[in-house]
Design a protein around this ligand. Structure first.
Ligand SMILES: Cc1cc2nc3c(=O)[nH]c(=O)nc-3n(C[C@H](O)[C@H](O)[C@H](O)COP(=O)(O)O)c2cc1C
Length: 282
C-alpha cells in the first residue's frame, strides 16, 4: 500500500498524521502499513512526507503539485464577488475550460473520504436544450391543469406559462451531482462539491447558478434521471447551471449580516433557573 524509499528521514510524520492509525515503524524505523484495512485513502502520508520518500498505491510524490502560497485577499474577493447568474450566452464553453472544471472535482472533500460522488455533465448545449424543452413542456402542462393546486410555483407561474425558461435560466450547461444513498454524508457532500465548483468556475470567468428548481424537477421526472445516468442506489444531491454570461457585476453586494455566535466557556455557576432556561432553548 505504501512504499518508502531511501529519502526517508524516519521523522514519523506520516504515522503521526494518519487518522486511521494504519502506519507504524518497522524494526528499522521505516514506516509500514500494518493495518491497511483501516485506510480511507486520504493520502495524508503522501502529502506530508517532508522528503517525498513515500508513495501511496503507486502514486509517487513527484506527480503531486507543490503547495503554492495563497493570497487571502484575492480569495475573499472571489467569495464576495461570486454571483448567481440568470442570463447566459447560447454557446458551449471551450473544451479546455470544461476539462479544467471537470478535473478540479477530484479534489473536493467527502465525509470519511467516501469519494463515490458521480458528476453528470451536460456539456453540449443541444443536449441541454433537449432537457430544457422536455422539462419546461412538462411544467407548463402541470401548471395549466386547473386541478394543480401546489403553491410552490406561484411566483413563477406567469413567466413559465409565457414560455420563459425560469427553471434553467437559458444556461448552456448543467452539472448534476449524485451521491450514494448509503454514503456517510450523503446530504452534504454534493453541496460541498458544487460550492468548490462554483468558486473555481467564477475564477475562470464562467458564470453559475445553484438550481433548486432543476433539483425539484429531476426528483419528479425519473426519465430525466435516467438520461443523466444516475446510478442505482444513488440520489441526486444538487444541480448547478453554468456557462458564459454577458452580465458583468461592477461591485460586491453588502449582505445583511448573519448571526455569528462566539460560544463561551460553560458557566458552571448558573442558577437553577438559568439552567432550566438553557435546557429549554435546546
Ligand atoms: C440552494 C440554493 C438553491 C438555489 N436555487 C435557485 C434556482 O432554482 N433558481 C435561481 O435562479 N436561483 C437559485 N438560487 C440562487 C439564489 O436565489 C441566490 O443565491 C440569491 O438570490 C443571492 O444571490 P447571489 O447568489 O448572487 O448572492 C439558489 C441558491 C441556493 C444557495
Amino acid at each position: 500500500m505504501i512504499k518508502v524509499d531511501e529519502k526517508c528521514i524516519h521523522c514519523g510524520m506520516c504515522i503521526n498524521d494518519c487518522m486511521s492509525k494504519v502506519i507504524e515503524f518497522d524494526e528499522n524505523k521505516v514506516p509500514k502499513a500494518v493495518h491497511p484495512q483501516r485506510c480511507i485513502n486520504c493520502q495524508h502520508c503522501l502529502a506530508i512526507c517532508p522528503t517525498g520518500a513515500l508513495s501511496f498505491k503507486n502514486k509517487s510524490p513527484e506527480n503531486s503539485d507543490s503547495i503554492q502560497p495563497h493570497n487571502p485577499d484575492e480569495i475573499l474577493n472571489l467569495i464576495k464577488s461570486r454571483r448567481s447568474y440568470r442570463k447566459y450566452r447560447k454557446e458551449n464553453l471551450p473544451k479546455d475550460i470544461m476539462d479544467k472544471l471537470k478535473n478540479m472535482l477530484h479534489w473536493v472533500p467527502t465525509g470519511v473520504n467516501n469519494h463515490r460522488l458521480v458528476f453528470s455533465f451536460v456539456d453540449d448545449i443541444e443536449v441541454m436544450d433537449d432537457i430544457r424543452n422536455y422539462a419546461n413542456n412538462k411544467i407548463i402542462k402541470i401548471l395549466s391543469n386547473p386541478l394543480f393546486k401546489s403553491k410552490k410555483f406561484d411566483r413563477y407561474r406567469k413567466p413559465i406559462l409565457a414560455g420563459e425558461d425560469i427553471a434553467f435560466r437559458g444556461a448552456p450547461h448543467m452539472i448534476v451531482v449524485s451521491t450514494p444513498k448509503d454514503a456517510p454524508c450523503t446530504n452534504i457532500d454534493p453541496v460541498i462539491a458544487l460550492s468548490y465548483f462554483e468558486l473555481y468556475a467564477q475564477s475562470l470567468g464562467v458564470s453559475t447558478t445553484w438550481c433548486g428548481i432543476a433539483y425539484y424537477i429531476f426528483n419528479n421526472l425519473p426519465e430525466l434521471q435516467h438520461q443523466l445516468e444516475i446510478p442505482d442506489g444513488y440520489k441526486i444531491g444538487y444541480v448547478m447551471l453554468f456557462g458564459y454570461s454577458d452580465l458583468k457585476y461592477q461591485r460586491t453586494t453588502q449582505p445583511e449580516p448573519y448571526k455569528i455566535i462566539s460560544v463561551k466557556k460553560d458557566n458552571r455557576n448558573m442558577t437553577l433557573k438559568e439552567r432550566v432556561k438553557r435546557l429549554w432553548r435546546f
